[in-house]
Design a binder for this molecule. Structure first.
Ligand SMILES: Cc1ncc(COP(=O)(O)O)c(C=O)c1O
Length: 388
């Protein structure tokens, strides 16, 4: 008999009833050091007191109003995002997938309004992940995600990851946008080199298409910059954000330049919940905390410490690990064993990690993880690797 919850997930035999910072706790009191953070969501750890305070205050005041009306909390978060990024304007969603849908719509509408309706294609890269809607799976194109769900939304061109010099020849008069994660998450913590992002910006400018960055997983201070593309010193026309911006509350956003957003006039897009006062109040608090230069400096210091310890771990277990990769606190252990086996051994040691493609185990801790917790985390992964 089918379970009452649609069985689309392969769930671990763990159930948490409480969270405290970087720790998750089962009903019997067993504590797990969480290096997954809800897959890069719990930016400031579980049940963060500052966020809880904002949530409770907002819950006592106003939860939801329709976008038929002005929403001051939404305006405040939009102002903060505009102030701290390349963007001139923002639309709020509840998830990364919805952000992907709008980013694609926005790019197509831009060219339609410019009198070039033939520009509908979006170039994406092997290993990418932009969500599970029909549009987002078509964007990914991977067999695993699209099989059985056709017909797929047309208009995506899938290129290999890494052959950046070949991208220009695939940009045609039909190309609306190039869509890329500056650091692939699900694809296995694959960092797109700064030079490649610069090249994509140049190609987009020269050939006349938009550049969209998907920073749903790598954004919001995860890599040690507020947004990962800042390392390359290039800006996109459109950017997708979600996960970390809500610190655990479902919240996403599409950020854009005024020019790229010019086709999205009243009536062209909407969302019932997107930008509701609860989500935006929390999002604003998260942004205030993580955009502080002192906070970002701490993320980088901790990332350096974590990485150094992980390099030692890789050297100690040459049969289990191949390398450490990633940026900031978005780290991956490239494995010689099946990632799922290491993750499962981690459960026995009380440490939570997340498998990804390309034989990688992801480490995406809360950005305020302590030095002691980093040391403890590496000791627990060490024990898990030894047990393998
Ligand atoms: C880069 C990226 N884009 C989009 C998504 C989809 O986000 P959501 O699951 O919030 O819809 C994800 C989720 O993992 C992601 O990592």
């Amino acid at each position: 008999m089918i379970s009452s919850v649609l069985p689309t997930y392969n769930r671990a035999p763990l159930a948490f009833v409480k969270g405290e910072g970087s720790w998750l706790i089962e009903a019997d009191g067993r504590r797990f050091l969480d290096l997954g953070a809800g897959i890069a969501v719990n930016t400031l750890g579980h049940a963060n007191p500052e966020l809880a305070e904002v949530l409770k205050a907002q819950a006592d005041t106003l939860w939801h109003v329709s976008n038929l009306y002005k929403i001051p909390a939404q305006q405040a978060l939009a102002d903060k995002l505009v102030e701290t990024t390349f963007a001139d304007t923002c639309f709020f969603t509840n998830s990364g997938t919805e952000a992907a849908e709008l980013a694609i719509k926005m790019a197509r509408k831009y060219w339609y309004e410019k009198g070039q309706p033939e520009k509908i294609e979006v170039i994406t890269f092997e290993g990418c992940f932009h969500g599970r809607s029909t549009g987002a799976i078509a964007a990914s194109g991977s067999e695993k995600m699209v099989k059985g769900f056709g017909p797929l939304m047309p208009g995506f061109v899938h290129l290999p990851f890494g052959d950046w010099d070949a991208v220009a020849e695939h940009v045609s008069e039909k190309t609306a946008a190039i869509l890329i994660e500056p650091v692939q998450g699900e694809g296995g913590i694959r960092v797109v080199p700064d030079e490649a992002l610069k090249l994509l910006r140049q190609i987009a400018d020269e050939k006349g298409c938009l550049l969209i960055f998907d920073e749903v997983q790598c954004g919001v201070a995860r890599t040690g910059k507020l947004f990962a593309h800042e390392y390359a010193g290039v800006i996109p026309d459109i950017m997708m954000v979600a996960k970390g911006i809500g610190g655990g509350f479902p919240l996403g956003a599409v950020l854009a330049t005024e020019e790229a957003a010019s086709g999205m006039v009243a009536g062209t897009h909407g969302s019932t919940y997107g930008g509701n006062p609860l989500g935006c109040a929390i999002g604003l608090k998260v942004m205030e905390i993580v955009s502080d230069p002192a906070f970002l400096a701490e993320v980088n210091r901790k990332a350096g410490l974590f990485r150094q310890k992980l390099e030692g771990l890789v050297a100690d277990h040459p049969d289990v690990f191949e390398a450490v990769r990633g940026e900031g606190l978005m780290l991956g252990l490239k494995c010689k064993v099946a990632p799922a086996d290491l993750v499962a051994k981690g459960y026995e040691q009380g440490v939570l990690t997340v498998p990804a493609a390309d034989n990688v185990v992801r480490l995406l801790p809360a950005l305020n993880i302590s030095d002691d917790e980093i040391t403890e985390a590496v000791a627990r992964i060490d024990a898990a690797a030894s047990a393998l």
